[in-house]
Design a protein around this ligand. Structure first.
Ligand code: GDP
Ligand code: MG
Length: 140
């Protein structure tokens, strides 16, 4: 398996509840290495652009509002098969369907306030990493 990088976001519901350390521990225990990380306040324009793929979905406005309600932690995770592995560790989008031990099963409040984002393909990971980080900020 190849070493990959993926873009992870600890969402406002997680930062608000002071869960960044607990969620990072789940990632690290699963073999994912945090090779870049920063706490930022997303602007509405950034949140809209980041989730542009969902612009036609009925929950888009609510999703964008939820993403700017509190700061987020954006991070680059590195490891074997990191994109798919991170998705497994996050669990299903809807916490009601998330497997035991996943971040969303442990911590998500709802299908929208579901604590974490993770890139869903290697190509999207590259674009999403570049959305938030310069190469010089990523230190393996
Ligand atoms: P993800 O890749 O598992 O994060 O899920 P998606 O890419 O399908 O959706 C992006 C984000 O939109 C999710 O993580 C949720 O925060 C939110 N979302 C997805 N589906 C719904 C929904 O049916 N209702 C609401 N309110 N939010 C949703
Ligand atoms: Mg997605």
């Amino acid at each position: 398996m190849a070493i990959e990088r993926t873009l992870s976001i600890l969402k406002p519901d997680a930062t608000k509840r002071n869960l960044t350390g607990k969620i990072n521990a789940v990632f690290e225990d699963a073999g994912l290495r945090i090779v870049a990380q920063k706490r930022i306040q997303l602007t509405e324009a950034q949140a809209k652009a980041f989730y542009a793929v969902h612009a036609e979905r009925p929950f888009y406005g609510s999703l964008v509002a939820s993403m700017i309600a509190e700061p987020v932690v954006v991070q680059v995770l590195q490891g074997e098969n990191a994109v798919a592995h991170h998705r497994d560790v996050m669990g299903a989008t809807n916490p009601a369907q998330a497997a035991e031990g996943t971040v969303r099963k442990l911590y998500a409040e709802s299908i929208e306030a579901n604590s974490v984002h993770g890139s869903d393909s290697l190509e999207n990971a590259k674009n999403e990493i570049a959305f938030f980080f310069a190469e010089t900020e990523i230190l393996a």
